[in-house]
Design a protein around this ligand. Structure first.
Ligand SMILES: NC(=O)c1ccc[n+]([C@@H]2O[C@H](COP(=O)([O-])OP(=O)(O)OC[C@H]3O[C@@H](n4cnc5c(N)ncnc54)[C@H](OP(=O)(O)O)[C@@H]3O)[C@@H](O)[C@H]2O)c1
Length: 235
C-alpha cells in the first residue's frame, strides 16, 4: 500500500538509501535535509518527480523543524512513518578522555537525542492521522548501557543512550494513541559515518529496515529497542 514517509537526514548515507527504497516501493517520501538540493536527492527527484517532496529541515533547529512540518502539511493530511535518521559524531569523539573536547558533546546531543523529539513533536498531528503510525529512531548499539565496552566516543554513545530513553518515553506516551515508537540499531554500514571497512551495504540495510518497519506496524514485532534484524537489543 502507498505510504507517506518522512525521513529526517535524507541527504546521504542510510537516509538517502531509505528514501530511494521507499520511492521504489511507490511511497511518497518527505525527505528532510539541511540542504534539500543535495546531489543524491536531486537525482531521485529527477527520477521519481512528485513522489519525492524535499523539505529543508535541520533537526538541531526547532524553527526549521516547525517550518518543515508546516510545509509538509501543505502537501498531505497524514504521515504513516517517521524515520529519525539524522546523526553526527564530533571531531574529537575517537580521542581518549584527556584529549577529547567535552564541549563538543552538546551539539551531538542536540542532533542525535533532541532532534528526533523535535521531529516527532512537530509532525505528530500528521502522524496521528496516519495508518498504523510509526516513529522509528535510528539509534545504535553504542547507546546500549548494558552492552557498553567502549572507553571513548562519549558524545555519540551518550547521545544514543539518551535517544533510547527518549524513544521509551515516547513509546509510553503514544502507545494508547495508536502510535508505535521504536529505536533501531542499523548495524555497521559503509557510509561517511561508518567508513569503508564496515560490514553492511547501506542500501541493503535500508531494504531490511523497510521490511522490519512493516513487521512492527503490522504487530509482528513488539520490541522497542531492536537491531536491524528485529532482534530485541539490551538497553
Ligand atoms: N554508519 C554506521 O555504521 C552506523 C551505525 C550505527 C548507527 N548509525 C546511525 O545511522 C544513522 C545514519 O548514519 P549514516 O551512517 O548514514 O551517517 P552519514 O552518512 O554521516 O549521514 C548522516 C546524515 O545525517 C544528516 N544530518 C546530520 N546533522 C543533521 C541535522 N542537524 N539536520 C538534519 N540532518 C542532519 C546528514 O546530512 P548533511 O548531508 O546535511 O550533513 C546526513 O544525511 C545515524 O543516526 C547514525 O548515528 C550509523
Amino acid at each position: 500500500m502507498n505510504k507517506n514517509v518522512l525521513i529526517a537526514g535524507a541527504s546521504r548515507g542510510l537516509g538517502l538509501c531509505l528514501t530511494r527504497k521507499y520511492l521504489e516501493e511507490g511511497c511518497t517520501v518527505f525527505a528532510g535535509a539541511r540542504e534539500e538540493a543535495a546531489p543524491g536527492l536531486q537525482e531521485l527527484k529527477a527520477r521519481y518527480g512528485d513522489l519525492l517532496i524535499p523539505l529543508r529541515m535541520d533537526v538541531s533547529d526547532t524553527r526549521s523543524v516547525i517550518n518543515a512540518a508546516a510545509a509538509a502539511s501543505d502537501c498531505t493530511d497524514h504521515l504513516d512513518i517517521i524515520i529519525n535518521n539524522a546523526g553526527i559524531h564530533s571531531d574529537t569523539s575517537f580521542l581518549e578522555l584527556e584529549d577529547t573536547d567535552l564541549d563538543d558533546c552538546l551539539p551531538v546531543y542536540n542532533v542525535n537525542a533532541v532532534g528526533p523529539l523535535r521531529v516527532v513533536k512537530a509532525f505528530l498531528p500528521l502522524l496521528l492521522k496516519g495508518n498504523s503510525g510509526l516513529a522509528a529512531n535510528i539509534s545504535s548499539e553504542s547507546g546500549s548501557i548494558g552492552t557498553a565496552g567502549r572507553i571513548k566516543e562519549f558524545d555519540y554513545c551518550m547521545s544514543k543512550a539518551a535517544l533510547n530513553m527518549g524513544t521509551k518515553l515516547l513509546h509510553n506516551y503514544l502507545k494508547d494513541k495508536g502510535i508505535r515508537v521504536i529505536a533501531v540499531h542499523p548495524g555497521w554500514m559503509r557510509t561517511d559515518m561508518g567508513g569503508q571497512a564496515a560490514t553492511q551495504d547501506p542500501y541493503e540495510t535500508a531494504c531490511r529496515l523497510t521490511e522490519l518497519l512493516e513487521d512492527v506496524r503490522e504487530g509482528r514485532n513488539d520490541a522497542v529497542f531492536m537491531d536491524h534484524n528485529g532482534i530485541q537489543f539490551p538497553w
